[in-house]
Design a protein around this ligand. Structure first.
Ligand code: SF4
Length: 361
């Protein structure tokens, strides 16, 4: 069997892996050993799985593959953040970002190549959608990248809209959660959506991670201007859905709100935001817009952000202000991929020019 026809074992849930191993004529417990090698030891080479019999390793090698994503660029920031451009087996590239803070190390992973949502404040929104990531490609951003220290938290806030790739994202969350493997508990996993309302309750019921919703606007007009999805799922529908959510325990929604200078950062916006969320168990994460060369939005001053936050706090809303990380390494979502693609196009153009020049000589 050549590598094209071999089946990829990465990303299979344990029961499916057991079924494959049984079908090969080996006992089901071998699947658990293999699973541990893949997700605990993070091994991608069957031959290095030394407590599996030689014959079993040979059978695995003949029938299956364990592909890996590869880091194509690493951009460390002065503040400890590391931005990675990773290459998938078909040559497509996505970004993931390692963000260390005191007591935790968060990895922000991508779920799609490009994105259909076309948010105008986001560099990824300007890239055409190419394809969904498979569950294993989402998880491999943790498994196959040599991060500076062990990752404790996962956020699905990189390139792509997670709920637009719902099935594969849910499979990936199960792999992150699995106590036999990566052991990242659901309280340490956050999935961020632009507000695809018909998936929200399903996600809460699955109980595989915490929910964050990108709000970024306090009126339909404002939100539609930067998030086209608002035409399909307008603000009232989104907030009604959040209001009616049936949570288990003490969970709540996190609303992400990026403050953009002179667009959504006024006192009136703060008061409208309070009205929108005051009766929803929630907290608000404020971020100041991360300027990038592709979009003409500006970052508000620190004073403006703190004034906005103070209004929320005075009205007893839980609100945090997350300072941007990795601003010196093109940290805006999607920026690195665009820059890498432009660089490749420039190199191809230079090569073409030099071929033409030498042909004319
Ligand atoms: S903000 Fe998220 S959903 Fe919107 S375009 Fe960017 S990656 Fe897609």
């Amino acid at each position: 069997m050549d590598s094209q026809t071999k089946e990829n074992l990465k990303g299979l849930p344990l029961p499916e892996l057991e079924a494959r191993i049984l079908a090969m004529g080996h006992p089901a417990f071998r699947a658990r050993q293999l699973y541990r090698w893949m997700y605990k030891e993070r091994e991608s080479d069957f031959q290095k799985m030394t407590d599996l019999s030689k014959q079993f390793r040979q059978h695995l090698e003949e029938q299956f593959t364990l592909p890996k994503i590869e880091v194509s660029e690493t951009h460390p920031s002065d503040d400890g953040t590391v931005k990675y451009l990773v290459r998938l087996p078909d040559g497509q590239q996505v970004e993931s970002v390692f963000i260390p803070t005191e007591g935790r190390a968060t990895l922000c992973v991508s779920t799609q190549v490009g994105c259909k949502m076309a948010c105008t404040f986001c560099a990824t929104g300007y890239q055409k959608f190419v394809r969904d990531l498979k569950a294993w490609e989402i998880v491999d951003q943790l498994l196959s990248v040599p991060h500076p220290r062990p990752v404790t938290n996962i956020v699905l806030m990189g390139m792509g809209e997670p709920f637009d790739n719902y099935e594969e994202v849910m499979k990936a969350l199960k792999l992150f959660n699995d106590p036999m493997g990566l052991k990242i508990g659901k309280r340490h996993i956050t999935v961020s959506t632009v507000g695809i309302t018909d998936k929200i309750q399903d996600f809460i019921d699955a109980s595989l991670g915490k929910l964050a919703i990108s709000l970024h606007g306090t009126t339909d007009e404002q939100r539609s201007h930067i998030m086209p999805i608002n035409a399909k799922f307008p603000l009232k529908e989104l907030m009604d859905t959040c209001r009616s959510l049936r949570f288990r325990g003490t969970e709540r929604v996190t609303f992400e709100y990026i403050l953009i200078k002179d667009f959504n950062d006024s006192d009136e916006d703060a008061h409208r935001l309070i009205k929108l969320v005051h009766d929803i168990p929630s907290k608000i994460n404020l971020l100041a817009y991360n300027e990038n060369p592709f979009v003409d939005f500006k970052r508000p001053s620190e004073d403006r952000v703190l004034r906005f936050q103070n209004i929320l706090l005075k009205h007893h809303l839980t609100s945090t202000y997350r300072r941007s990380r990795g601003r010196d390494v093109a940290a805006a979502c999607g920026q690195l991929r665009i820059e890498a693609e432009n660089r490749l196009k420039r190199q191809a153009w230079e090569r073409l020019k030099s071929v033409q020049v030498s042909a004319n000589l």
